[in-house]
Design a protein around this ligand. Structure first.
Ligand code: M6R
Length: 357
C-alpha cells in the first residue's frame, strides 16, 4: 500500500510530480489562464490580505506573501493562528483573509477563521474538502493532494504552494497584469519536480553526514527564506536534530555567532536576482569554518567555490523556485532521519492533526 516505499513519507515525497500535476489541472486553463472552479475569489476590492495557518501551512503562506506582493501589489500579512486568534487584530475594510490547512481541523486555524467569518471575506485552502475549515469559509479551494498519512507534511505543502501560486496569479490578473508566462512556467513544475527527485542519491549521501550534526542552520533569501524555515521544521520533526532557519541577510545580526566547523549550514540559493547577496553570506559562513551545503542550480554551483557539499537542482524560473526546492528540503530531512534510525512516519510527541490548542 506504500507503493513499494519503506515509509508513507517516502511515498508522499515521490508522488509529488503526479499529485502536483493533478492539482494544477484543476486550476490552470488549457488556453493559459486560471480557473477557480470552486468559486471565484474577487480581488477587485481587496487592498490587504491576511494569511493565517500553523506549521508547514504557515510557511506556505509566507511564501505566498512574496508571490502576491510581487505579482499583484497587494500587501500581505502572515500570522500563525495561535497568535492571530488571541491578538484580536483589526479587520479593516478591504481585507481578505486566507486560511491554509491540510487537515482543515487545526484548532487554532479554525478559531482564527471563526473570528473573521461574517466580518470580512474568507478563503480556505485545504486538503480535506469535507473538513470544518472548508465548510465554514466563504470559499474553499481544495489542494487535491490526496490523503497525506506521514506526520511530516510533504505533498500537502507543495500543493498548498501551487494553489497559493494560482491565487497570486489570479490576483495579479484582476489588477490588470499579464500572467500568461508565469502560468506557463507554473505548468512546467511537475516535470521539474521529477528531475529534482532524480538527485535523491546525492541528497542521501549528504544526509548521512548531516546525521552526525547536533545543530543545523538553514538560510535563504526572498521566497527561499520560508523554504529554509520549512527545511528546518522538517529536519527537527523527524530527525530530532536542532535546526534553525534565518533570512540570509540576518546572519550577521547574531546567528553567525553559532557558526563553527561542527555546524552544517544548508543554503537554498537558486540563481535569481538575490543570488549575489546570498553568495556573499555563504562566503561569510565559510570564512568562519562553517560547512556549507549549497543547494543551487548549475549556474549557481559554478559561481560559489569551497562549499562542503553541493546539490544541483534543475535551472528554473526563479519565481516558482520554492516549489522545486521543497524536494531537496524534504529529502535531506527524510534521509537524515533514516540515517539516525528515527520513526519517520510517527515522530515522537507529534500528531498528524492538532485539534486541541
Ligand atoms: O493540518 P494543518 O495543515 O492545519 O496542520 C498544520 C501543522 O500542524 C502541520 O503543518 C505541522 O506543522 C506538520 N507536522 C509539518 O510537517
Amino acid at each position: 500500500e506504500k507503493g513499494g516505499h519503506r515509509h508513507w513519507m517516502a511515498k508522499e515525497i515521490a508522488e509529488q510530480p503526479a499529485v502536483l500535476a493533478a492539482c494544477l489541472d484543476h486550476y490552470l486553463a488549457a488556453e493559459g489562464g486560471i480557473v477557480l472552479p470552486e468559486g471565484e475569489v474577487d480581488f477587485s476590492a481587496v487592498t490587504r490580505i491576511v494569511m493565517v495557518a500553523c506549521g508547514t501551512a504557515s510557511y506556505a503562506c509566507l511564501t505566498a506573501k512574496y508571490w502576491i506582493e510581487r505579482l499583484a501589489g497587494i500587501p500581505v500579512e502572515v500570522d500563525v493562528a495561535s497568535e492571530f486568534r488571541y491578538r484580536e487584530p483589526p479587520l479593516t475594510p478591504g481585507t481578505l483573509a486566507i486560511f491554509v490547512s491540510q487537515s482543515g481541523e487545526t484548532a487554532d486555524t479554525l478559531a482564527a477563521l471563526r473570528y473573521c467569518r461574517g466580518r470580512i471575506p474568507t478563503v480556505a485552502v485545504v486538503n480535506v474538502a469535507s473538513s470544518s475549515i472548508a465548510r465554514e469559509a466563504d470559499i474553499a479551494l481544495p489542494i487535491h493532494a490526496g490523503r497525506e498519512i506521514g506526520v511530516a507534511s510533504t505533498k500537502a505543502f507543495t500543493c498548498q504552494l501551487a494553489v497559493l501560486a494560482v491565487l497570486a496569479l489570479h490576483a495579479a490578473a484582476s489588477k490588470g497584469s499579464e500572467i500568461a508566462r508565469d502560468v506557463a512556467e507554473l505548468g512546467r513544475m511537475p516535470a521539474l519536480l521529477s528531475q529534482a527527485l532524480g538527485t535523491e542519491d546525492e541528497l542521501e549521501a549528504i544526509a548521512r553526514d548531516l546525521a552526525e550534526a547536533r545543530d543545523v542552520l538553514f538560510l535563504g533569501r526572498g521566497a527561499m527564506y520560508p523554504l529554509a524555515l520549512e527545511g528546518a521544521l522538517k529536519l527537527k520533526e523527524i530527525s530530532y536534530i536542532h535546526a534553525e532557519a534565518y533570512a540570509a541577510g540576518e546572519l550577521k545580526h547574531g546567528p553567525i555567532a553559532l557558526v563553527d566547523d561542527s555546524v552544517p549550514v544548508i543554503v537554498f540559493a537558486p540563481t535569481d536576482a538575490l543570488f549575489a547577496k546570498t553568495a556573499s553570506n555563504v562566503q561569510e559562513v565559510m570564512a568562519r569554518g562553517g560547512r556549507v551545503v549549497l543547494v543551487t542550480d548549475a549556474g549557481g554551483a559554478e559561481r560559489i567555490e569551497g562549499a562542503w557539499r553541493v546539490a544541483v537542482m534543475p535551472t528554473i524560473a526563479p519565481l516558482w523556485a520554492p516549489l522545486l526546492y521543497a524536494i531537496p528540503a524534504q529529502l535531506l530531512a527524510y534521509h537524515t532521519a533514516i540515517a539516525k534510525g528515527t520513526d519517520v512516519d510517527q515522530p515522537r510527541n507529534l500528531a498528524k492533526s492538532v485539534t486541541v490548542e
